[in-house]
Write a protein that binds this ligand. Sequence first.
Ligand SMILES: Cc1cc2nc3c(=O)[nH]c(=O)nc-3n(C[C@H](O)[C@H](O)[C@H](O)COP(=O)(O)OP(=O)(O)OC[C@H]3O[C@@H](n4cnc5c(N)ncnc54)[C@H](O)[C@@H]3O)c2cc1C
Length: 307
Amino acid sequence: MCSGIAVSYAASGLGTFTLLEYGTDEQRRKFLPDITSGKKLAAFGLTEADAGSDAGGIKTTATPTSGGYIINGTKQFITNGGDAEVYTVIALTAKEKGPRGASAFIVEKDTPGFTFGRKEKKLGIRASSTRELVFEDCFIPAENIIGKEGMGFILTMKLLDRSRPGLGAQAVGLAQGALEAAVDYAKKRVQFGHPIFAQQAVQQMLAEMAMQVEAARALVYATARMIDAGVKDFTKESAMCKVFASDVAMRVTTDAMQVFGGVGYMRDYPIEKMFRDAKITQIYEGANQVLRNAIAFELRKKKAFKG
Ligand SMILES: Cc1cc2nc3c(=O)[nH]c(=O)nc-3n(C[C@H](O)[C@H](O)[C@H](O)COP(=O)(O)OP(=O)(O)OC[C@H]3O[C@@H](n4cnc5c(N)ncnc54)[C@H](O)[C@@H]3O)c2cc1C
């Protein structure tokens, strides 16, 4: 399994979701068939150099003008940047209102005034491109706004609530792959006259890894069931999926490399790639520290627990 490929499709989903849920029929008819048939990739542009965790600090503007908007600014670290044909971009239509003045726009590749930065050189998920989106007096027709002016951040929060369990699933897949590889290797690798699986120290590590993977999978499935059942507020559970499963992916890939010993560190074996790919799951779609803050915020909001 390659997380870089997986994340390209996941990011295409990110770039499509607001259009699917809040786009007009005309927008859906125009953009969705090519995305859903796989002819075109989509992308989602929120992050900027000075606005990562603090996404409310974005500076990219979409100034209203006759027949549309003029976008100026630069988005950073955008997955599928340059490869995608359709971009959902968050920009300020009323910068004096801060985050409440943000709106979501569809921007097509090859629109005049829209260019890309260089492809970033990354630790992992290298199959997916990560680039800047650069807007210089880029005119967007009025019909390309998604929802209404000022809805940009509300749409973004709803989008991320929906996408974070998917990121959790990505992390579970990585961890499961690393666990399976480690179990296979431990059965084959002979030291001191026995497979290393016979060592209780190795068994303890593998058992711990297996428990962590199952717990992460159960949380992701439980949250997916909540969403399918139509529960409206799943911000907390969604953040929990992302944080818990990504921490599991990092821990399990690290321990799997330990089970492999020296060869695990080499590119000939799959573990070093899984280990490199796992790290980003703790960072993107909300760094884990920030999402722990969000989980605590949701806990505080709720009425007292019943005894
Ligand atoms: C490979 C890759 C792909 C990406 N793809 C996309 C994409 O497609 N679209 C998009 O819009 N963005 C994308 N991003 C951006 C990503 O979502 C951000 O990198 C992420 O939200 C963290 O922001 P930052 O990098 O600015 O870190 P910072 O916000 O600078 O945070 C740095 C550290 O400080 C901690 N921190 C910050 N604030 C707090 C706080 N209040 N409490 C506790 N700790 C805090 C963070 O947890 C982190 O550990 C991508 C990033 C990468 C690396």
